[in-house]
Design a protein around this ligand. Sequence first.
Ligand code: DNO
Length: 355
Amino acid sequence: MEMTLRYYGKEFDTVKLEHIFQIPGVKGVITTLYDTTPGQVWTREAIQKLKKEVSDAGGHISGIESVNVHDAIKAGTFDRDLYIDNYIETLENLGKEDIHLVCYNFMPVFDWTRSELARKRPDGSTVLAYNKKAVESIKPEEMFDSIKNNSNGTIMPGWEPERMEKVKELFEIYKDIDEEKLFENLCYFLRRIMPVCNKYDIKMAIHPDDPAWSVFGLPRIITNEKNIKRMLEAVDDVHNGITFCSGSYGTNLENDLPHMIREFKGRIHFAHVRNLKFNSPDDFEEACHLSSDGSFDMYEIVKALYETGFTGPIRPDHGRMIWDEVAMPGYGLYDRALGACYIEGLWEAIEKGNK
Ligand code: DNO
């Protein structure tokens, strides 16, 4: 495995690349062109500029998170092929620039959802949290406003203003889309992009739906073992793979995380490793990475990755806000740095224990 950190680019991130590369063991970042909108072609020039920014700071790009998928593709509207052509062109340009991992998601309208961005924990740190009843009692616009007002002046991924301007229109195009139709649209998209992925050896790694259930009545499909299996079998190409995000799959308490890692051996191209603390099945908060702080056994998760011969990038995921840091919620430097070292420590112990 390679330890990495997510980075949004110098105009958007509150964390500096130079600081990221001071974290022990981190020389790679997972990044994106944060100022592009879904459907837009990423030019080679823009990709080169991003690569240079990262290499000037002493590191490299380990993968992209995300190249977002236009809603026309997810909803399968008449114009989807045009947007798929653009996506293919972006992949081609990434391939030519020697980038071989792309994380994306197939969640209608929104990306991840949370009811709070700064729930206070007993030690004074703040974390992202989800309460099912709170989410069920509000409208999507209200959630957008609350996210916007609590993001410390940053733009949260998946909650970009352009997306929200069109929220009503977006809901309209999904009105006849159920899970089955969404699944077909995903397979259609994957079949069309596989040739370019094969040509440039680009591994596509779909991110799970977070949380792993339907939100605001929209269908969600990347939620459990059965559905992933179906997707991997429907387009049976190693370039059609997954991002194993413990925090997202873990929202569904029926998902056995280490078992899923073993089951999808060879098709996990990227891992987000983080812990959640459940207060009840309908309420969880994002704990620090340590097993003892949350509901998951992080040792078993890392061990499953190790034992399945995982060689891709891992990143610590959302961190708590600690030590008075003011940053994009979930994406401060300090707690993610602690998370990275903890995961590296688990990995080293497991590796040496196996020799
Ligand atoms: C949230 C992230 C997601 C993820 C996308 C991938 O913090 O885990 O925004 O990057 O779903 O496309």
